[in-house]
Ligand binder design. Structure first.
Ligand SMILES: Cc1cc2nc3c(=O)[nH]c(=O)nc-3n(C[C@H](O)[C@H](O)[C@H](O)COP(=O)(O)O)c2cc1C
Length: 360
């Protein structure tokens, strides 16, 4: 496979080549993971695991399991993770370290997409400000007069983790929770129009949810004297895992690269250990694929006919059950400009991208 024919796509100021990426996940957590993803010729960008301001406290209830049948056609994961234990500042330090090395030959401007989240708009504002300060330090903020700049750092707001408990539902399901967060991002974009912003969305299951998400995003469209209608959001990453899944012990593969949390001491000593491999969590892999395809297709169809030209320009990163080249093609046909994978990456490591890219 030779590089010159690799497909590329832009996400606002980011150049993604090839149009295959990892999606934010537990296997994009630390410096080793990020180094491998950055150096891999078959990922067009690196998406970090979702970071919080202070780092997420992981406990024994957090983990991931693979379904018993590990063949790609049925590859299934269920995870109960929250967010990365590493704080945002750690990701910025790692990206600085990686940018000090020679960039990958396949794409000298290969970007990092920093996935972040917070329920608190004030905290989110601080997080975005620290990324912007970092971008400035790294020379990643071009002059406003630069005609078509290429940047190397973007921000993805994770609005869709299903594992945060009853007090923190995924904000994308509840527009009143989402709007203050989108306001923070939109303000940052207005202050620096080179900033690439994406939203990681949950699987939606009826038309009203798609309309509400598009409506909430369109509230931030504004008129620019020089360029006409602009929307701050470059892309929707669709979809995250589907919440509230449950797998019994007999359904999971015990030797897979899973992390099954230890049973608590009371469970371990009880006469009847839990029949469940994990508590309820986010379902991904092959069982999610049709729903993710439907989400990508619905967003693309609704955006393509939207009256606002700025909304029509929002791109879709298709994620969910892509485990081979055929899945990548289906995502593209459904409307994705770029395709992301997590579960197959968890199973195979970065070799997964070579395999998925084999249809090129
Ligand atoms: C173990 C695991 C951890 C994940 N962690 C994150 C995360 O931190 N942030 C995020 O936006 N999505 C996270 N995801 C969701 C994935 O990015 C992806 O949207 C989902 O798994 C569907 O893709 P897949 O079928 O290729 O796995 C995680 C998925 C898995 C399996």
């Amino acid at each position: 496979m030779s590089s010159p024919t690799l497909p590329s796509a832009s996400l606002h100021t980011l150049n993604v080549c090839p149009t295959l990426i990892n999606s934010s996940c537990a296997w994009a957590s630390d410096l080793d993971d990020l180094t491998e993803l950055y150096e891999c010729e078959w990922t067009g960008a690196v998406v970090c695991r979702t970071a919080t301001w202070n780092g997420f406290k992981e406990g024994e209830e957090h983990g991931v399991v693979f379904g018993k049948d590990m063949s790609n056609a049925t590859l299934t994961t269920l995870n109960t993770y929250g967010y990365s234990p590493h704080p945002l500042s750690q990701y910025l330090a790692w990206i600085r370290e990686l940018f000090a090395n020679a960039p990958p030959r396949s794409n000298p401007s290969k970007p990092f997409i920093i996935s972040i989240t917070s329920n608190d708009p004030r905290e989110l504002k601080e997080m975005v400000a620290s990324i912007q300060t970092f971008r400035k330090d790294m020379g990643d903020i071009p002059s406003p007069s630069s005609p078509s700049p290429t940047c190397r750092i973007g921000i993805e707001l994770n609005t869709s983790c299903p594992n945060m408990g009853p007090s923190h539902p995924p904000p994308s399901y509840i527009p009143t929770l989402l709007l203050p967060l989108l306001t923070v991002l939109a303000d940052a974009f207005k202050a620096d129009r080179s900033l690439t912003l994406g939203l990681k969305l949950p699987p939606f299951v009826h038309r009203g949810q798609f309309d509400a998400m598009i409506g909430a995003t369109h509230m931030f469209t504004f008129l620019s004297p020089s360029t006409g209608e602009v929307n701050p959001f470059a892309y929707f990453a669709s979809t995250n895992t589907l919440g509230s899944g449950l797998m019994f012990n007999e359904m999971v593969h015990m030797e897979a690269p899973s992390f099954i949390p230890n049973q608590t001491s009371s469970e371990a000593s009880s006469q009847s250990p839990s029949p469940y491999a994990l508590s309820t969590g986010g379902l991904a892999g092959a069982p999610l694929h049709p729903l993710s395809l439907g989400n990508v297709f619905t967003f693309r169809s609704l955006l393509a006919t939207y009256p606002s030209s700025a909304m029509r320009g929002i791109k879709i990163v298709g994620i969910g059950g892509v485990v081979d080249g055929a899945g990548w093609k289906r995502m593209e046909t459904a409307g994705a400009s770029i395709v992301g994978c997590a579960s197959i990456f968890g199973k195979e490591g970065v070799e997964a991208f070579v395999f998925v890219a084999a249809h090129l």
